[in-house]
Write a protein that binds this ligand. Sequence first.
Ligand code: F6P
Length: 356
Amino acid sequence: MKVGILTSGGDCQSLNATMRGVAKTLYNKVKNVEIIGFIEGYKGLMYGDYKVMTPSDFSGILTEGGTIIGTSRQPFKLMRTPDKDGNDKVELMKKTYKKLKLDCLVVLGGNGSQKTANLLREEGLNIVSLPKTIDNDLWGTSMTFGFQSAVNIASDAIDCIHTTAASHGRVFIVEVMGHKVGWLTLHAGIASGADIILIPEIPYDIDKVVDAIKKRTKAGKRFSILAVAEGAISKEDAKLSKKEYKAKLAASPYPSVSYEIGKRIEEKTGQEIRVTIPGHTQRGGSPCPYDRVLSSRLGAEAAMMIIEKDYGKLVGIKHDELVRIPLEDVAGKLKMVDPDSSIIKEAKALGISFGD
Ligand code: F6P
């Protein structure tokens, strides 16, 4: 049996743990298996850049962050745009797959990568895919690997800000990753006692945000903490078309939304505002134990699918049971935070403001 594997898109802490889960199970259960690791994701598949892996490559990597075979962003929307030499990228990938006589390709990726995985499936390749992303926004699975590790880091960042904010009596904004969805900000915000949480799914009214800060000041609290997603958006901006909003952001003098929010709060309250951005630290370091378990389980299940030739599916988890979801159902769909969900209601009941 010959199995290709690649890690695609933004990295996360638990990629190696997941690949280890796949490899360990295959080595355990299949007599004769060769695993080919494509270097830097789909790029390696396009240009035949790969490494023949051995069991020792997958040894000792359960706790290691990053990815031992590298990754890169290869946007789905450019997949049918010829490369610099005029080659069709999908055809290049099919050619490598066929040349190597692979039985299947294992893809560890987020939203864009799943769309490409589905495209390759439509083109006749045998695909088994795994849900990677710190954003937890993949449709069909209640959890993606990487998310809980990122929640830990973002929460640690907010915890640290808490003590200094309290000492100085300042308003702090901690900007958490997530341009399209707010899962990470929501969980890290609740986990570390943020007073205000702003996420893309719930457009904010700056006056409501200011009211929440003033209410705290009135109650004798000297500081306030805002957890703000990279993609947080005001009610006015949410009315703009995608194109108009993109143009507005491009012309903005602020490096990110948090700085604009900070400036507007400063103007309205006269209070000193600081912005902290943990940025890519949220994708770094070793996976938390939750992710190590999830990745090991998902990896083992992916290997079972390969053995059973159950292709064209993503392995996910629902109610603690692993599920196999057809790729055509997953591709192109985002799992967003529902503003009417119970977690939002509970957060509001706790007194957290969403600025709405
Ligand atoms: O999709 C994962 C993610 O970390 C997002 O949360 C973040 O907005 C984006 O990637 C950052 O992308 P890049 O690493 O390309 O700067």
